[in-house]
Ligand binder design. Structure first.
Ligand SMILES: Nc1nc2c(c(=O)[nH]1)N[C@H]1C(S)=C(S)[C@@H](COP(=O)(O)OP(=O)(O)OC[C@H]3O[C@@H](n4cnc5c(=O)[nH]c(N)nc54)[C@H](O)[C@@H]3O)O[C@H]1N2
Ligand SMILES: Nc1nc2c(c(=O)[nH]1)N[C@H]1C(S)=C(S)[C@@H](COP(=O)(O)OP(=O)(O)OC[C@H]3O[C@@H](n4cnc5c(=O)[nH]c(N)nc54)[C@H](O)[C@@H]3O)O[C@H]1N2
Ligand SMILES: [Mo]
Length: 569
């Protein structure tokens, strides 16, 4: 994220693209509401009428899976109607002329994309004018653009809009990928990306690799590792024994619930010789584990989390964990030592200081400074007290590229990988709900949240589609895709357009990942969670179906070690 979360309140225009703040990040959403009260104009682009759509000045109900057509049409209007910031483009960017030529093609005129995006061309023109009307336009995006087979390119297309209009490099402007978990940014910062060492130093960078190799006393490989979603292919299809995966060490992830195409994931997990799961609860993946390492949860350990605006935040132990639990870092040290590499730290501060000494971007973020105020935002280069970190990136529009300029890249539209057809006439997008969190191990073990929403969740559908199928609110229905099927309840709602359906991925029985496809973005390997084809079937014997749900739930909870009251054993 190039700006800081508090800056949202000073935005003059918010371009909210495929992001559902009120459900996913209520505290961020509150800042959007505060900005609106101060006069900020909101553009919301989402196929579903979300709460942000409700308060938006301009709501564009885009057809799912057509983001690039729309983003290119936005750029087309900005370029062809002369809304660009000439000085900014001349001084701070490169590649404009070839980009402008491609984007000016009639293929991207709002009138040309209207039918496929299902948007009114006048609304696209209005949105482009509003975007370009301010130097404090902030772009917020979420999984509604990244969880597609053309995710990365759409992110770049959003960045192009900021470059075109001079919306980079000063206060309250820029790009905002509002990230998922409290520490998903931190895992990237610390080198859990397969091609990066801590501090965004590439494994292919010889000098960086040598620096880490000598600090750790081992020779590091220049070959990037694999990504989570590449595992099924490496287990099920790889013929070369040297490249097959035989062991899988899973820390704080529940692929048997959260990965796409669960029938394929189950086959994958069953075919791996050795699986370790390290978690704070028994999750679905534990069923496939040879070894389970129980770890401490937040509140039981020390550490640092990074929020999505690059802010390192020190966390403290509040509760003493039970003696049979260890922290994640202690388990890793013991495992490494048992495997012949003596890894030892006395505490998290030692780990942090070693990491700072090897990562220039983080070098100045000492524990002492993190304790002051509200943490430190990277980059923070000097331990000197005067270096208080960086609130917004690319100051004075100087970018961290070789030539210091922002680069334009043009991408044509790539359609989604699976479309509605005769057998599967509806589209399915999978999203989140406010009362539960990802794989629900944490919130599903909380009795209060239990009472808000229960298994097997819902499929949201347009009332006209429900009427066609003769299904009513709360009735159990079967949802089927080319990969599998699941059972859930019907939720008729006008927020969803005809022909499209929505499920949340929180449910153990109504598990939408039985249906989702494993098509990936070729650049990030992120799955196309937001689009596949499905059909919904009425269930005649509702009593039997209700009984099935109860039996299934009892079985799953027993497997997970949860007693009927919702408390873990
Ligand atoms: N309560 C709760 N909060 C959470 C989570 C949770 O499970 N529960 N999970 C956390 C995690 S891991 C993450 S990554 C974040 C994600 O936060 P968000 O990105 O807000 O999550 P989603 O609901 O998956 O998707 C956002 C929106 O994309 C829209 N969308 C679908 N298809 C399209 C499309 O083709 N174009 C456009 N423009 N929009 C589309 C959906 O309708 C949805 O409103 O939330 C985090 N916060
Ligand atoms: N259909 C569909 N599927 C999706 C998505 C979607 O939009 N649609 N979104 C995707 C996204 S963006 C994400 S981020 C993933 C999330 O999916 P996951 O990462 O699998 O889910 P989480 O609930 O975040 O947590 C995973 C596990 O971490 C454990 N855990 C929590 N704290 C700790 C800890 O301190 N230490 C250890 N060792 N374990 C801990 C939890 O108990 C849980 O079992 O789901 C993805 N799957
Ligand atoms: Mo996420």
């Amino acid at each position: 994220m190039s700006f800081s979360i508090p800056e949202i309140e000073d935005a003059e225009v918010i371009f909210n693209m495929g992001y559902n703040g009120p459900v996913s990040h209520p505290l961020v959403a509150r800042r959007i509401v505060r900005a609106k009260k101060k006069g900020c104009k909101i553009i919301c682009v989402d196929p579903r009428r979300t709460e942000t759509a409700r308060i938006a000045d301009l709501y564009l109900p885009i057809k799912g899976g057509t983001n690039m057509l729309f983003l290119n049409a936005m750029a087309h209007v900005i370029v062809t109607e002369g809304l660009i910031d000439h000085d900014f483009i001349k001084t701070h960017t490169s590649g404009f002329s070839s980009y402008a030529k491609a984007i000016s093609s009639a293929l991207y005129a709002p009138e040309t994309v209207a039918e496929r995006t299902r948007l009114d061309p006048q609304d696209i023109r209005k949105a482009a004018h509003l975007f370009a009307s301010s130097k404090h336009t902030m772009t917020l995006w979420g999984m509604g653009i990244t969880q597609f087979s053309q995710g990365v390119e759409c992110v770049i297309a959003c960045s192009n809009l900021c470059l075109l209009t001079g919306n980079y490099g000063h206060y309250a402007t820029g790009v905002g990928p509002v990230r998922g978990q409290n520490n998903v940014q931190g895992t990237c910062d610390m080198g859990l990306l397969p091609d990066m060492l801590p501090g965004y130093q590439s494994v292919s960078d010889y000098a960086a690799r040598e620096k880490f190799s000598s600090a750790w006393g081992v020779q590091l490989s220049a070959r990037p590792g694999l990504r989570l979603t590449q595992v099924p292919q490496k287990v099920l299809q790889e013929k070369d024994p040297q490249k097959q995966i035989h062991a899988y060490y899973i820390i704080g992830e529940d692929p048997a619930q959260s990965d796409p195409n669960l029938p394929e994931i189950r086959e994958t997990l069953s075919n791996i010789d050795f699986v370790i799961v390290q978690d704070i609860f028994r999750n679905k993946t534990c069923e496939y584990a040879d070894v389970i390492f129980p770890a401490t949860a937040w509140g039981e350990h020390e550490g640092v989390y990074t929020s999505c605006d690059r802010r390192f935040q020190r966390i403290h132990r509040l509760v003493k964990p039970s003696p049979d639990l260890k922290t994640d870092w202690d388990i890793l040290c013991r495992l490494a030592t048992a495997m012949g590499y003596a890894m030892h730290y006395d505490n998290t501060q030692q780990i942090w200081n070693e990491m700072r000494s090897l990562s220039p971007k983080f070098a100045g973020a000492t524990y002492e400074k993190l304790e002051m105020d509200h943490g430190i935002q990277w980059p923070c280069y000097s331990p000197d007290i005067s270096d208080t970190g960086t609130t917004y990136l690319h100051k004075n529009a100087h970018f961290s590229t070789a030539d210091g300029k922002g680069h334009f890249y043009f991408y044509p539209y790539t359609p989604v990988q699976e479309r509605e057809n005769h057998e599967f006439p509806l589209s399915l997008a999978t999203v989140r709900e406010v009362g539960h969190y990802s794989v629900r191990t944490m919130t599903g073990n909380c009795r209060l949240l239990h009472s808000l929403a229960e298994e097997p969740g819902y499929i949201a559908m347009n009332p006209a589609d429900c009427a066609d199928l003769g299904i009513r609110q709360d009735e159990l229905v079967r949802v089927i895709s080319p990969r599998g099927q699941t059972m859930t309840r019907c939720l008729p709602t006008e927020r969803v357009s005809i022909g499209s359906t929505y499920m949340t991925y929180q449910w153990w029985i109504g598990a939408c990942n039985e249906l989702t496809s494993s098509a990936l973005d070729p650049k990030s390997n992120t799955p196309e969670f937001k689009y596949c084809a499905c059909r919904v079937e009425k269930i005649d014997n509702q009593r039997k179906a209700e009984q099935y749900i109860q039996d299934q739930y009892a079985r799953i909870r027993t497997n997970m070690g949860i007693t009927p009251g919702g408390n873990p054993k």
